[in-house]
Design a protein around this ligand. Structure first.
Ligand code: ADE
Length: 226
């Protein structure tokens, strides 16, 4: 998979691309992630990428020209163009599964007070990572890329994400490590028993109990199902 991210703050992605699973996925060529500075596409002599909004009242608005040129330069036949915006569809695990099967994604990060409305015409999909407003789409694009890359076959062991929270509309079951007794809080005996069928049953029951208690909405509507 190839992911091209368009941003006016490329430096924000440094840690993301050079750490842990994402770093390894890039090194092992499961994914090719390229960060593109929108400024490089600006035809303005001062490399301007934003300007005042017509009608007043707002701060700086991202101009269409650099973003149109960038998308037209990078887009191929199989490309899905995604715009990061709090006005987009709320991102869910099911979408991460669907997007992990795509060949090429272009993620556009909006910034400042917004982006010119005409930029919307470039997007196949608009995504929001939640009902709150970030200073820009950069963190959202990292959240979305991270959640997709870990689902690409081979990036992590399949078992690790088969039991993820939200699969089958359930939260993940509880896990424990050493020590068996920490400050009086003990690991459930069944996990120490070595009895695989009982462990499986315990985990299924605990996942259901946890979901009923914390996120009953998941059991009512199936929208998170991966
Ligand atoms: N840009 C600003 N806020 C955002 C959000 N919640 N999701 C996606 N992009 C954003």
């Amino acid at each position: 998979m190839k992911v091209d991210i368009l941003t006016i703050f490329p430096e924000m992605f440094e840690g993301f691309l050079t750490t842990s699973i994402i770093k390894r996925a890039i090194q092992n060529k499961f994914v090719d992630i390229k960060i593109h500075d929108i400024r490089k596409y600006s035809k303005n002599p001062h490399k301007k990428v934003d300007d005042y909004g017509f009608g007043g009242g707002r701060g700086m608005v991202l101009m269409p020209q650099p973003i149109f040129d960038a998308v037209e330069d990078l887009k191929k036949e199989n490309t899905k163009v995604i715009l990061m915006t709090p006005q987009g569809k709320t991102y869910k695990q099911k979408m991460a599964y669907d997007l992990s099967k795509e060949k090429h994604l272009i993620l556009i990060c909006g910034h400042y007070e917004g982006f010119d409305e005409r930029i919307r015409t470039l997007a196949d999909l608009e995504l929001s990572i939640g009902d709150y407003v970030l200073t820009g789409g950069e963190l959202a694009s990292m959240v979305i890329t991270d959640s997709i890359v870990r689902l690409i076959d081979g990036v992590i062991e399949k078992d690790s994400h088969l039991n993820d929270s939200f699969n089958n509309n359930l939260l993940d079951y509880p896990v424990y490590t050493k020590p068996v007794n920490f400050r009086g809080m003990k690991v459930p005996d069944v996990l120490l028993s070595g009895h695989h069928a009982n462990i499986k049953k315990f985990r299924e029951e605990e996942a259901l109990k946890k979901t009923q208690k914390r996120r009953p909405d998941l059991l009512e509507n199936g929208e998170n199902n991966g």
